[in-house]
Design a protein around this ligand. Structure first.
Ligand code: HEC
Ligand code: HEC
Length: 319
């Protein structure tokens, strides 16, 4: 290796440079390797991971069994026909969910949520028994009740049992508590749902006609118990579970019910007189109709006064 043989005299110097560059790269590699472990200190480790209870685990299975994922997204998985459900618990709360899930074909009214708050388990979960307090805690429920309450939804009624509903709510409570770094983004509350927008349009179109005639029945309604009863079953949210004809929704249709023989789940039968109707509304689980699930209709005992009850019964009798 000498210059005399015509070889490169600077070869020694080049070799040093190459080694120095190699050493620098090694140092950079080691430093970057160490640094890549630093941010992972903040990662979830078993000590701060949140586990759902047994109900939440069962709720996930119910969610899968009914293929809710075929229409809804949850924690980043699923389809987009229905809204994302990841934060639905935090948003609308347990009482709204217990009112919505058994009769998903109709949006719950305020009275429908109120009746769920009588249930001790729902009360404990929600942290309150008062509807005004509840609406303060769960602002998503306010928006849902006021903008959509009483309207039809695009979701089908699913034959969920009372236990399955409790389990689904526990599952939603679990997904709401997950740290998803802000996903999904909050929807714009001013954006009205298409169903509501259409209803509003239809109302606007029918404006002057219904405006004039709306005045007259309002006066009659004060006296006529059938009209009062009709208003009550709407505002109490009964009609999201019952059709006024003989059609089966979540519960049996009311058409022609009064005076008819009703077969009960225990095999006995009973005539649907006024006393039966009152019992069916105040304590529905006392006499469950054959072919329908128990514990799905909430008891309206404390929510409906005696005079309101008479109006509801008068209305049912008129069908
Ligand atoms: C066939 C499709 C479909 C299936 C299956 C379905 N949903 Fe829905 N769901 C919808 C649609 C559509 C909406 C929105 C309704 C509307 O805007 O009118 C909705 C709304 C909801 C809402 C209210 C969301 C909100 O932000 O207010 C909840 C809660 C919900 N679904 C839960 C469920 C659960 C739980 C299941 C399974 C047991 C399920 N859904 C199965 C289509 C579906
Ligand atoms: C969440 C759904 C749901 C809501 C809301 C609901 N019901 Fe029911 N209702 C049912 C189901 C399911 C049955 C059948 C099982 C039973 O007898 O409890 C039923 C049964 C009845 C019956 C007996 C029907 C028959 O054929 O013998 C009457 C009457 C009735 N409901 C009235 C009402 C009234 C009035 C309201 C509102 C104040 C109401 N329901 C709200 C689900 C509901």
């Amino acid at each position: 290796m000498s210059c005399a043989n015509g070889t490169d005299c600077r070869e020694g110097a080049k070799r040093h440079v190459a080694l120095a560059v190699l050493a620098l790269m090694l140092i950079a590699f080691l430093l970057l390797s160490v640094w890549s472990f630093v941010p992972s200190h903040k990662q979830a480790i078993p000590n701060n991971t949140y586990y759902g209870d047994a109900d939440a685990v069962m709720g996930k299975r119910v969610f899968q069994a009914y293929n809710c994922m075929g229409c809804h997204t949850i924690v980043g998985n699923g389809a987009y026909f229905g809204p994302d459900l990841t934060n639905i618990y935090e948003d609308a709360g347990p009482a709204w969910l217990s009112a919505f899930l058994p009769s998903a074909g109709g949006w719950p009214t305020e009275a429908a949520v109120k009746v769920q708050l009588q249930n001790a388990l729902v009360q404990r979960d929600a942290g309150t028994a008062e509807i005004t307090d509840y609406l303060k805690r769960y602002p998503g429920a306010v928006e849902r009740i006021h903008q959509r309450g009483g309207q039809h939804t695009l979701m089908p009624n699913l034959p969920l049992s009372a236990t399955e509903i409790t389990q689904l709510i526990a599952f939603f409570k679990y997904t709401s508590a997950l740290n998803t770094e802000g996903w999904p983004p909050k929807p714009n509350p001013d954006r009205r749902l298409p169903v509501v927008a259409l209803a509003a349009q239809a109302q606007a179109a029918a404006g002057p006609v219904s405006g004039a005639s709306a005045q007259a029945p309002a006066v009659d309604a004060a006296q006529d118990p059938v009209l009062v009863g009709k208003q009550l079953v709407n505002s109490l949210g009964c009609v999201s579970c019952h059709a006024t004809d003989q059609k089966r929704l979540v519960g049996p249709g009311w058409g022609g019910l009064s005076g008819r023989q009703v077969t009960l789940a225990d095999g006995t039968s009973v005539v649907a007189d006024d006393a039966y109707l009152v019992r069916s509304i105040r304590t529905p689980d006392a006499q469950v109709v054959e072919g329908y699930p128990p514990h799905v209709m909430p008891p309206y005992d404390t929510l409906v006064s005696e005079s309101d009850m008479q109006a509801i019964v008068a209305y049912l009798r008129s069908l």
